[in-house]
Design a protein around this ligand. Structure first.
Ligand code: ATP
Ligand code: MG
Length: 390
């Protein structure tokens, strides 16, 4: 069967990874690749000293496996390779048997000596195997625009040969940077913010506030669907569904309409901080973009943040709406985000909420509310769901 199976090598960012974090990084990458490729149990996935190797990939599922690898953060590049024990003669024989059958007029050798005991240095390998391929095929060397690139990499116990490198998504493997909690509305922005944090190596927990039964359950369903789409990048997720209607009912009794949205957000943030801390998450993540809507002025962002002590990360803060939309389309969340829903934050708020607020002013308004009691009321009724990838 050996002839119908392929091996793939996954490479990581070498410069960023010198030092002590490297083993942990590669271990996470290995376990994330296992989750991404769980539908291909025949693949054998193991970290090596240069990256993560995937062996025994069936030829019929090769394309699907390559597509999956493109969604795993931490993968910088990858290639399907052939291997032999490292000797000049073995490498020549391997090149002769694996070089593509279709004729090519120009080529280059890109050789790298990873084992200093191999008799030829990298530039000498370029020349030696270049002459060999020229004699074998009659093709010419073209360093800058070759039809075929022939990569040779000599390691301690094996030499690799490959012809094409694919680009991975880069970033860091999900999990190496710790946990964060994303405030996930049904909108376009917050899922994009969550995916960006995953790309920086965070495992993301999700929290969605809904006003069911004051409104229908559509926003809950959207939140579930968005999380399931984002599982492409982190494989399985926890979603906290927070009933917010009872808190909102209390807020509208004493808070003037133009301030309600800010007060809703302050409660959301406080509740999110408590759940984050009790679940090992070290920061909150929102989809805010400066000035996009009235609640996202610097004044209001400030008034919302002063309720908590853990950091609130907003990776989209400097992006335009159109840039965020493009990114939502790329990562596969846009189609779900634009389904109409009944959002809790539009309940009992005027079209033009206050764009300016100061903490003392808002603290005064909130002094009529039993903040702790309302937070606990919401927390007691949280529904926790585990969402697995399809
Ligand atoms: P989005 O597109 O993410 O809904 P938005 O542009 O509509 O963002 P806002 O409505 O001001 O902006 O919300 C700002 C942020 O507050 C959101 O990105 C999200 O992180 C959080 N948020 C808003 N509503 C909810 C909700 N119902 N549940 C959880 N988080 C929410
Ligand atoms: Mg929104």
């Amino acid at each position: 069967m050996a002839y119908s199976q392929s091996s793939i090598m996954i490479r990581v960012h070498e410069i960023a990874l010198k030092g002590k974090n490297r083993p942990m990084f590669l271990r996470k990458l290995e376990s994330n690749l296992k989750l991404a490729l769980k539908d291909f149990p025949e693949c054998s996935i193991k970290k090596t000293h240069i990256g993560v190797g995937i062996a025994d990939v069936n030829e019929d599922s090769l394309d699907e496996v390559l597509e999956k690898i493109k969604t795993v953060f931490g993968v910088v590049k990858f290639y399907k390779y052939f291997k032999v024990e490292p000797s000049i003669e073995n490498i020549e024989n391997l090149i002769a048997s694996e070089v593509p059958k279709e004729p090519f007029k120009t080529f280059r050798i890109t050789a790298k000596r990873g084992d200093k005991n191999f008799p030829l240095k990298s530039p000498d390998m370029d020349r030696h195997f270049g002459n060999f391929v020229q004699t074998l095929t009659g093709a010419d060397v073209s360093l800058y625009n070759p039809e075929l690139n022939i990569f040779v990499e000599v390691l301690r116990d094996q030499a690799l040969l490959y012809f094409k490198q694919e680009q991975g998504p880069g970033g860091l493997p999900v999990g190496v940077s710790g946990k964060v909690l994303n405030l996930l509305s049904g909108g376009i922005d917050s899922p994009v913010a969550a995916q960006r944090m995953m790309k920086r190596g965070c495992r993301v927990l999700f929290m969605h506030f809904h006003s069911f039964p004051l409104v229908d359950g559509s926003s809950r369903e959207k939140a579930q669907e968005l999380v399931s789409r984002l599982n492409t990048y982190q494989f399985h997720s926890t979603l906290f569904l927070v009933p917010f209607a009872d808190v909102q009912k209390e807020i509208i009794l004493s808070v003037p309409p133009q301030y309600r949205i800010i007060i809703y957000r302050r409660f959301m943030t406080r509740i999110a901080e408590k759940i984050a801390l009790s679940n090992g998450a070290q920061a909150l993540v929102t989809g805010e973009s400066l000035g996009q809507v009235g609640s996202q002025t610097l004044e209001n962002i400030n008034t919302i943040r002063e309720t908590v002590s853990i950091p609130i990360l907003s990776p989209l803060i400097g992006m335009d709406k159109q840039e965020i939309i493009n990114e939502a389309k790329n990562i596969g969340t846009y189609e779900t985000s634009i389904i109409p829903d009944e959002d809790c934050c539009s309940l009992f708020v005027p079209k033009h909420p206050a764009t300016q607020s100061t903490p003392p002013e808002i603290n005064l308004i909130e002094s009529n509310l039993d903040v702790e009691k309302l937070i606990n009321l919401a927390i007691e009724n949280i529904e926790v769901q585990t969402i697995k990838s399809n």
